[in-house]
Design a protein around this ligand. Structure first.
Ligand SMILES: NC(=O)c1ccc[n+]([C@@H]2O[C@H](COP(=O)([O-])OP(=O)(O)OC[C@H]3O[C@@H](n4cnc5c(N)ncnc54)[C@H](O)[C@@H]3O)[C@@H](O)[C@H]2O)c1
Length: 438
């Protein structure tokens, strides 16, 4: 199938990337971009920088880099800003996070030190383990939203950015179920004025960004833009949004392995996942209310991929458990263990053990880059609302109401690449391939 190419405005001028939360992920991301554009590192893990896309028939041998195929902002044109509830600049935040070597950070100390976070919108009921002092004060949540809007406008002026995107890279907020205040934009705005307790800080940033027509991505599992009020706002303002929860270590592995078991019709009796993690994220997730948000996000992937209703003989009764333990000595270097109990022909059991000694922020930083560049592309292409084609990057992809998310990493990748082909008016690739045998 081929359609006319979509009009996409060129990425002229600078793209401002505003990060809510200047912790391990954000500082590793910014430091990485600064190093890469000085030729001191490579954008490993980034589809926008290293990925290719096949076009047309296999015999045509057309496989450009994605960044040569769609008009993406250049790394040299990125400028950064942030909010945090601690005043550490990006250099100090990166040193504190301890992800990158001190000698490597020293090479970009100057640009990192220049990025000082704006005071955050904070409510300790939503992140109980942190007590920051670098926070905004105001009579109401409405007033705080206006302060965030002014921050964004000021950043736009001082940075000279011609376009902006906002990404939530802040701590995971406490578990929250959608309530009446999230059900419509009117109710939400009334709730902002009335200081409704169910409006989380992340929603205030998202509201501010969307009202200014700025795309928003949510890297954590909190609801944030996944509520009818903000979905409506994104539609009305014709702004692209996406979320939730960056898909990195253990869940990335799960969405690589589970589709394989399902493809081979192998059964599952249990999947036990545990992690030790010692960074600030681990400390926040050690708190039950924040972990509950993360747990929901981590647990959902298997049910959707395996579809036990359709395959009760294989997946009806599997046990799925996930835990995260805060273990300071490991810092950002998370260790994830998976014990997977599967069964095969005639029900004979087998076991698989996965021990992933990963680096959380090293896996997340390229996702921040790709999401910023793709959301900016979506905005210039006139795409609005939920960007399901960016599911590839998330543990709990946002979808249209009533639609189940695609969790299989390979379906997600196909969806992403076909969206790019669609935007450029190229044939979508079905992998049918019968034409080679005519
Ligand atoms: N690293 C990964 O692989 C990964 C994967 C999925 C999701 N995430 C999520 O990404 C987020 C960032 O992870 P991280 O490792 O950088 O955590 P981090 O704790 O190092 O950084 C989070 C930062 O957000 C700040 N913050 C908290 N509430 C804020 C608010 N209301 N306003 C402004 N700043 C606020 C904190 O002070 C902290 O500096 C977390 O929610 C984490 O769960 C990370």
């Amino acid at each position: 199938m081929r359609t006319a190419p979509t009009d996409i405005a060129p990425p002229d001028g600078k793209l401002g990337i505003l990060l809510v939360g200047l912790g391990a992920v954000s500082s590793t991301f910014i430091a990485g971009v600064e190093l890469i554009r000085r030729g001191m590192g490579q954008a490993i893990g980034s589809l926008t920088q290293l990925g290719t896309i096949r076009l047309g028939k296999r015999t045509e041998r057309r496989e450009p880099l994605i960044r040569d195929f769609v008009p993406l902002a250049d790394l040299d044109d990125l400028v950064f800003g942030a909010w945090d509830i601690f005043p550490d600049d990006a250099y100090q935040a990166a040193v504190r996070a301890g992800v990158l070597d001190a000698s490597q950070l020293e090479q970009v100390r100057e640009p990192l030190s220049a990025i000082r976070p704006m005071p955050g919108v904070f409510d300790s009921n939503y992140v109980r383990r942190l007590r920051g002092k670098h926070v905004k004060q105001g009579p109401s949540k409405w007033d705080l939203a206006q302060q965030v809007r002014r921050d964004i406008e000021r950043f736009r002026e001082t940075s000279g950015a011609s376009r902006l995107v906002v990404l939530w890279c802040g701590s995971t907020e406490s578990y929250l179920r959608p309530t009446a205040v999230h059900a419509s934009l009117d109710a939400f705005e009334a709730g902002l004025r009335a200081n409704d307790a169910d409006i989380a800080p992340s929603m205030i940033y998202a509201y501010a960004a969307l009202t200014l027509g700025i795309p928003f991505a949510n890297g954590a599992p909190n609801l944030t833009v996944d509520i009818p009020a903000l979905l409506d706002l994104a539609q009305q303002r014709r702004v692209p949004i996406c979320g939730k929860d960056f898909k990195t270590g253990q869940t990335l592995m799960k969405t690589i392995l589970a589709p394989g078991f399902k493809a081979r019709m192998l059964g599952l009796t249990g999947w036990f996942s545990t992690n030790i993690l010692g960074n600030r994220d681990g400390e926040v997730l050690d708190e039950p209310a924040s972990f509950k948000t993360k747990e929901e996000s981590k647990l959902s992937v298997l049910d959707v991929i395996l579809n036990k209703e359709r395959h009760p003989e294989l997946y009806a009764n599997y046990a799925h458990q996930v835990s995260i333990h805060y273990y300071p000595p490991r810092g950002d270097n998370k260790e994830g263990w998976d014990n997977i109990d599967i069964f095969g022909w005639l029900g004979y059991p087998m076991q698989i053990k996965v021990n992933f000694l990963c680096r959380d922020s090293i896996l997340a930083a390229p996702l921040v880059l790709d999401l910023a560049l793709f959301l900016d592309l979506a905005g210039r292409a006139g795409m609005k609302g939920i960007q399901e084609w960016l599911s590839f990057y998330f543990k709990s992809p946002q979808t249209a109401p009533g639609l189940y998310p695609e969790h299989d990493l390979f379906i997600q990748l196909m969806k992403l690449k076909n969206t790019l082909r669609f935007l450029r008016g190229e044939d979508l690739i079905t992998h049918l391939g019968l034409e080679y045998y005519d």
